[in-house]
Design a protein around this ligand. Structure first.
Ligand code: OGA
Ligand code: NI
Length: 341
């Protein structure tokens, strides 16, 4: 059965068949714990070495952290959230103009994850945009709501600055030159996924997004300020990352796992649903240039003991991205296809 947009305003009383996961693959929400020591990092700190040390701990232990005092203004964030709500609240015929289930197409409004590849659908609608260079893409963005282009442009610019700041910190935290990532990743692309998870009649039977790792370099996630849903897998156990309204959630993507030679992990995460409230999240993905060659940073393995070697083979981001979208989300870690033998 083909999946269709869920953001219709209609409240389902039972979960349609095509969203029901097999018994062995359900969220088991009662077994999810709260993460007490989830890192919260003030990136305006002037104690650089302490800051870099905190980033190192967070990236090697969790692959995830939250940042505060991040430089993205509250007004920018509030406007972004409200335009996103307005977007998903538009009438169906307006939204269907942007609908596509072809993952190579942007912008696209779609549903689930990769409708053509998956057997069971996910309780999510999403709008996917390219955001850099803005001048190249802004004309193809939705023209409704009328403020969409202006608001999303401003948000994307501020997020990009934050992304570069964090990439510098991550480079330093690996003992690399501050601009190492920037150089290696080339002219970075920036994508956005505006995720909308409507209230779900049976959250125990399905996912908003099943477990996955992000294929890009770095993800900057704005979570709904009040509605929980993001969970991460640590030591084989699922933990909820509860929202903090003033923070962004940052996570290491597959490309930084490769560049760090596995020192930093691109951690499995998922989004679950709830019966009460719609949940919005806005993910910004910093992506290597398509032609960028990704390889484990030499200083991280070259000077080590004799048998040390790069875990992953060299590849271009274009090659990786194609592989990622040819799969179903909850298969093996996509990086496993790029291991050195
Ligand atoms: C994503 C993602 C999590 C969320 O878009 O890649 O992991 O909470 N989103 O919506
Ligand atoms: Ni993700």
């Amino acid at each position: 059965m083909a999946a269709k947009l869920l953001s219709t305003g209609f409240r389902h009383s039972t979960l349609p068949e095509n969203y029901v996961r097999p018994l062995s693959d359900r969220p088991r929400l009662s077994q999810v714990s709260q993460l007490e020591d989830f890192p919260l990092i003030d990136i305006s700190s002037t104690d650089r070495s302490r800051l870099v040390q905190k980033i190192h701990q967070a990236c090697s232990r969790f692959g995830f952290f939250q940042v505060i005092n991040h430089g993205v203004s509250k007004a920018t964030i509030d406007e972004m959230v409200s335009v996103a709500h307005e977007f998903f609240g538009m009438p169906m015929d307006e939204k269907m103009k942007l609908y596509s289930d072809d993952p190579t197409k942007t912008p696209r409004l779609s549903t689930s994850f990769n409708v053509k590849e998956e057997e069971v659908n996910n309780w999510r609608d999403y709008l996917r945009l390219h955001c850099y260079p803005i001048d190249k893409y802004v004309h193809e963005w939705p023209s409704n709501p009328p403020s969409f282009k202006e608001v999303v442009s401003k948000y994307s610019r501020e997020i990009r600055e934050l992304g570069f700041k964090i990439e510098e910190l991550i480079s330093e935290s690996l003992g690399l030159e501050k601009d190492y990532m920037k150089k290696v990743l080339g002219e970075q692309g920036q994508h956005m996924a505006v995720n909308y998870y409507p209230p779900c009649p049976e959250p125990e039977l399905t996912y908003g997004l099943p477990a996955h790792t992000d294929p890009n370099a770095l993800t900057i996630l704005l979570q709904d300020a009040t509605v929980c849903g993001l969970q991460i897998l640590i030591d084989g156990h699922w933990f909820a990352v509860n929202p903090r309204p003033d923070a962004f959630v940052i996570n290491i993507g597959d490309q930084l796992q490769a560049l760090s030679n596995g020192v930093y992990k691109s951690v499995w995460h998922r989004a679950v649903t709830n019966t009460e409230n719609p949940r919005l999240s806005i993910a910004s993905f910093m992506c290597p240039d398509n032609g960028a060659v990704i390889s484990p940073a030499k200083p991280l393995w070259e000077a080590k003991e004799e048998e040390a070697k790069p875990i992953y083979r060299d590849y271009t981001y274009a090659e990786y991205y194609k592989k990622f979208w040819s799969r179903n989300l909850d298969q093996e870690h996509c990086l496993e296809n790029f291991l050195n033998d």
